[in-house]
Design a protein around this ligand. Structure first.
Ligand SMILES: Cc1ncc(COP(=O)(O)O)c(C=O)c1O
Length: 381
């Protein structure tokens, strides 16, 4: 593993040098198949679902930033999640899962895994951080390290300690934190996952997923190949290019989000602000211990219900109303209309997702412009 700093690794790690060419950038190997060296003797690559040089270059760059020995890229974040969780759970097993997660991930745990006779219990972050699960027998614990959409922060350091003691595999989706703000495996988790669609690629122009881990989990390789969720070389190339600026982008996302969180926090039009870096927030202490920066996501509840949330959004000129997050541009959405629309009213209630909740992915625009835009729009509701 390189001892260089984060930005140097972003720029240089994992690059593939081809002898005699002098290429500065890893090329795009758009090959489904690779010729054997001679009859019966394959070269380093055989078939792109099993391995591709461009994809590997991206995986190596990410592994350096994540501080893990191994990493796999997937066609989407969901492919990374499903292909990385299934190997650890078998019929008759039980797993524990946060009750506040990306909607599709929640559905995977609540609707898909039980069909394979895998028993799933759900828990809130507050109870999780009180370690209220430690007397039960679970094979795996699945969490997001900054939850979607309420930005709660599980205490990975403490959870990992208990999980190691009990032989529970701790699997962490760290999409919102990014490897710049947090390396869950270095904090003790077994597997870290990302929707690389978000900050890692960073430009809202592709889908991709990633996992990182230190132990030799052969099943993860087997499930990836068998479920077939490998990315295409061009997709991996774009994400590899995006990774080069991850450090610079996240510094800006972190600082812009903090400024907007403070503006919203001080506004009388806003009921509650959710941002891990607010000192009076419920999870501030845990966030301080588990995160190097507090990320680019801010959620908030607008006084006066969903009508006023819409009014605010309509009066904003910079953020676009769209689901997804982590791109250079600011995006804003209402979870009950987008990311969490498939959840039942009971599931939403259990996760604290009310109609007036707004989720903001703060981009890298000039902070003065963003602050002015929000102050003007808040004045109009
Ligand atoms: C926290 C989180 N994990 C996973 C996913 C799924 O990723 P993808 O859309 O790349 O499949 C998302 C998507 O929004 C997400 O927000």
């Amino acid at each position: 593993m390189s001892s260089n700093g984060f930005n140097t690794k972003c720029v240089h790690s994992g690059d593939m040098e081809i002898k005699g060419i002098g290429n500065v950038v890893t090329p795009i190997f758009e090959n489904s198949t690779f010729e054997f060296q001679k009859s019966g003797v394959p070269g380093d690559y055989i078939y792109s679902r099993w391995g591709n040089p461009t994809v590997e270059s991206f995986e190596k760059k990410y592994a350096e930033l994540e501080n893990t020995k191994h990493s796999f890229a997937y066609s989407t974040g969901m492919a990374a999640i499903t292909s990385s969780v299934m190997p650890f759970l078998h019929a008759g097993d039980s797993a524990l899962c946060l009750n506040e997660l990306y909607g599709q991930t929640l559905e995977f745990f609540s609707k898909v895994l039980p069909q394979y006779k895998i028993d799933i219990d759900f828990i809130g972050v507050e109870d999780l951080n009180k370690l209220e699960f430690k007397n039960k027998k679970y094979k795996a614990l699945y969490i997001e390290s900054i939850t979607n959409p309420l930005l709660d922060v599980p205490d990975i350091i403490e959870l990992a300690r208990i999980c190691r003691e009990k032989g529970i595999k701790l699997i962490v989706d760290a999409t919102f934190a990014t490897p710049y703000n947090q390396n869950p495996v270095s904090l003790g988790a077994d597997v870290v996952l990302h929707s690389g669609t978000k900050y890692i690629s960073g430009h809202s122009d592709l889908l991709i997923g990633l996992s990182g881990f230190n132990d030799n989990y052969d099943d993860l390789d087997f499930y990836r190949k068998t479920f077939g969720g490998t990315p295409d070389a061009f997709q991996a190339f774009l994400a590899y290019r995006g990774l080069k600026t991850l450090g610079l982008r996240i510094e800006r996302h972190n600082s812009n989000a903090r400024k907007l969180a403070e503006v919203l926090h001080d506004s009388e039009k806003i009921e509650t602000v959710y941002y891990p870096g607010l000192k009076d927030g419920e999870y501030y202490k845990v966030a301080e211990n588990n995160l190097k920066g507090y990320g680019g996501m801010v959620s908030f509840k607008v006084k006066g219900g969903i009508e006023n949330s819409h009014k605010l959004i309509e009066n904003l000129t910079i953020p676009k109303y769209a689901v997804s997050l982590g791109g250079v541009e600011s995006l804003i959405s209402i979870p009950v209309e987008g990311t969490h629309r498939a959840l039942t009213p009971e599931e939403r209630k259990a996760s604290g997702i009310t109609d007036n909740l707004v989720r903001l992915s703060v981009g890298i625009e000039d902070s003065e412009d963003l602050v002015n835009d929000f102050e003007n729009a808040l004045a109009k509701i």
